[in-house]
Design a protein around this ligand. Structure first.
Ligand SMILES: [Zn+2]
Length: 104
Protein backbone atom coordinates (compact mmCIF):
# COMPACT_ATOMS: atom_id res chain seq x y z
CA UNK A 1 0.00 0.00 0.00
CA UNK A 2 1.42 3.38 -0.95
CA UNK A 3 1.29 6.47 1.29
CA UNK A 4 1.53 4.32 4.35
CA UNK A 5 3.87 6.63 6.16
CA UNK A 6 1.86 9.76 6.47
CA UNK A 7 -1.66 10.66 7.43
CA UNK A 8 -2.66 7.21 8.41
CA UNK A 9 -6.04 6.92 10.04
CA UNK A 10 -6.42 4.57 12.97
CA UNK A 11 -7.06 1.06 11.76
CA UNK A 12 -10.27 0.74 13.69
CA UNK A 13 -11.72 3.83 12.03
CA UNK A 14 -10.71 2.56 8.62
CA UNK A 15 -12.38 -0.75 9.31
CA UNK A 16 -15.58 1.02 10.34
CA UNK A 17 -15.41 3.23 7.26
CA UNK A 18 -15.06 0.22 4.97
CA UNK A 19 -17.99 -1.48 6.65
CA UNK A 20 -20.07 1.67 6.21
CA UNK A 21 -19.21 1.89 2.54
CA UNK A 22 -20.24 -1.69 1.98
CA UNK A 23 -23.44 -1.11 3.93
CA UNK A 24 -24.26 1.99 1.88
CA UNK A 25 -23.80 0.07 -1.37
CA UNK A 26 -26.09 -2.66 -0.10
CA UNK A 27 -28.66 -0.04 0.82
CA UNK A 28 -28.30 1.55 -2.61
CA UNK A 29 -29.00 -1.80 -4.24
CA UNK A 30 -31.98 -2.39 -1.96
CA UNK A 31 -33.60 0.98 -2.46
CA UNK A 32 -32.98 1.28 -6.20
CA UNK A 33 -36.25 -0.32 -7.25
CA UNK A 34 -38.27 1.87 -4.93
CA UNK A 35 -36.36 5.12 -5.20
CA UNK A 36 -33.27 5.47 -7.38
CA UNK A 37 -32.64 8.97 -6.03
CA UNK A 38 -32.14 7.44 -2.62
CA UNK A 39 -29.57 5.07 -4.11
CA UNK A 40 -27.67 8.02 -5.52
CA UNK A 41 -27.69 9.60 -2.09
CA UNK A 42 -26.23 6.46 -0.51
CA UNK A 43 -23.55 6.30 -3.18
CA UNK A 44 -22.66 9.92 -2.66
CA UNK A 45 -22.23 9.25 1.03
CA UNK A 46 -20.11 6.16 0.37
CA UNK A 47 -17.85 8.15 -1.96
CA UNK A 48 -17.49 10.88 0.64
CA UNK A 49 -16.46 8.36 3.30
CA UNK A 50 -13.96 6.78 0.89
CA UNK A 51 -12.46 10.18 0.17
CA UNK A 52 -12.26 11.18 3.80
CA UNK A 53 -10.39 8.03 4.71
CA UNK A 54 -8.43 7.97 1.45
CA UNK A 55 -9.83 4.55 0.71
CA UNK A 56 -10.06 3.11 -2.72
CA UNK A 57 -13.42 1.71 -3.60
CA UNK A 58 -13.19 -1.94 -4.62
CA UNK A 59 -13.39 -2.25 -8.39
CA UNK A 60 -16.70 -4.09 -8.32
CA UNK A 61 -18.22 -1.14 -6.46
CA UNK A 62 -16.45 1.45 -8.57
CA UNK A 63 -18.05 0.03 -11.69
CA UNK A 64 -21.44 0.62 -10.17
CA UNK A 65 -20.91 4.38 -10.11
CA UNK A 66 -20.98 6.51 -13.24
CA UNK A 67 -17.68 8.35 -13.50
CA UNK A 68 -19.38 11.32 -15.05
CA UNK A 69 -22.66 11.87 -13.19
CA UNK A 70 -21.90 9.67 -10.15
CA UNK A 71 -25.20 7.88 -10.32
CA UNK A 72 -25.64 4.36 -9.03
CA UNK A 73 -25.69 2.07 -12.04
CA UNK A 74 -27.80 -1.01 -12.39
CA UNK A 75 -27.04 -3.01 -15.54
CA UNK A 76 -30.12 -3.45 -17.68
CA UNK A 77 -31.96 -0.60 -15.99
CA UNK A 78 -29.97 2.59 -16.17
CA UNK A 79 -26.80 1.26 -17.69
CA UNK A 80 -25.80 -1.06 -20.52
CA UNK A 81 -22.94 -3.47 -20.25
CA UNK A 82 -21.16 -4.82 -23.28
CA UNK A 83 -17.97 -6.69 -23.94
CA UNK A 84 -15.92 -5.48 -26.86
CA UNK A 85 -12.31 -6.31 -27.74
CA UNK A 86 -11.41 -7.62 -24.29
CA UNK A 87 -13.00 -4.67 -22.61
CA UNK A 88 -16.16 -4.30 -20.61
CA UNK A 89 -17.98 -1.21 -21.70
CA UNK A 90 -20.44 0.42 -19.38
CA UNK A 91 -22.81 2.95 -20.82
CA UNK A 92 -24.63 5.26 -18.43
CA UNK A 93 -28.09 5.94 -19.76
CA UNK A 94 -28.63 9.03 -17.64
CA UNK A 95 -25.72 11.08 -18.96
CA UNK A 96 -24.72 8.96 -21.98
CA UNK A 97 -21.19 8.47 -20.73
CA UNK A 98 -19.08 5.44 -21.69
CA UNK A 99 -16.70 3.76 -19.29
CA UNK A 100 -14.28 1.09 -20.33
CA UNK A 101 -12.63 -1.50 -18.16
CA UNK A 102 -10.21 -4.21 -19.22
CA UNK A 103 -11.44 -7.77 -18.86
CA UNK A 104 -9.31 -9.72 -16.44
ZN1 LIG B 1 -23.72 9.03 -15.94
Amino acid sequence: MPHKKYHKKPEKQVRIAKARIKFLFDEAKESFRKDSKLSDKYIKLARRIAMRYKLRLPSELKKRICKNCHKFLVPGINCRVRIHKHRIIYFCMSCRHYMRYPVK
